[in-house]
Design a protein around this ligand. Sequence first.
Ligand code: BMA
Length: 317
Amino acid sequence: MKNTGFQLERHSANPILGPHSMPGADAVFNCGQTMYKGKTILLVAVVLRNDPLPRMHVAESADGVNFTIRPEPFITRSELPHIRPLDQWPIDPRVTYFAEEDVYYIMRPGNSDVGCVAFLGKTKDWQHYEDIEVISLPSNRVPCLFPEKVNGKYIRLDRPFSLVYDPHNHSQMSGIWLSESPDLIHWGRHRVVLKPWTTWNYTKIGPTPPIKTEQGWLEIIHGVSQSCSGQRYCIGAILLDLNDPSKVIGNSQGYLMCPTAGYEFMGRVPNVVFPCGAIADYDQDRLRIYYGAADTCIGLATGRLSEIVDLCLRNGK
Ligand code: BMA
């Protein structure tokens, strides 16, 4: 395997959000991320000390570092009768701005006692949220939407819990799949994109909403491995073909970041850096990743967009 010394750079103000940012919070963590009217918007998962159900709040920032969390939740357990029974642990939102429709789609896992499904919702203005549909059977986690149609179809990535037995290392693993839809509700033509391939991710990998670049769709992923002290979550990247995004054309091979900071080790779930998306500042050739750390707080990590794409292309499939 090709080695890489590349590492994302942690912001000196990390953790930029956490339980300290909101009265009564036990955790402010994994967040969807996007730009709205020049501001950075994070849709953060919040666990309160005295409420058994997480909720999602909007956090806004003019400089991308100092955030204000709105006190009222933006997404709570759905009221819709076809969604509510499946919506027992609302976390991990993945936000996609769909320019053609000027709408922000939010995909999230619906955790429930009959399994984990995928939900679709949307907002136009970050004031009103609308749940739309249940868009997968269980077990399916980590659903996320492409920011534009490809060959006339909506495209999504996700991770079905297809616990495939790997005869080579006697383990089970789950990988990334792609599907397409004419209307965002009905999904089909499922394709395997990638299965776990190496030490830092051999248990499972999961996608985030892709970032368009000239060379391909940049996909920031998480990867999970297992040791005698539990699971470790790292961050990596792959590059997908622009016209056939089921085809992997680049791979960072090594991780871009693994837990090394104190706030990534110490918390509710130690040893976790977890991305739900990334923001490309094309004019500055910069990628910003707001990642959940130890399921407790949020860190900001950055890297040069072109360097990450080059790394994927250089290190290959
Ligand atoms: C995953 C998700 C994430 C979480 C991670 C580590 O399965 O549930 O929300 O950050 O586990 O606990």
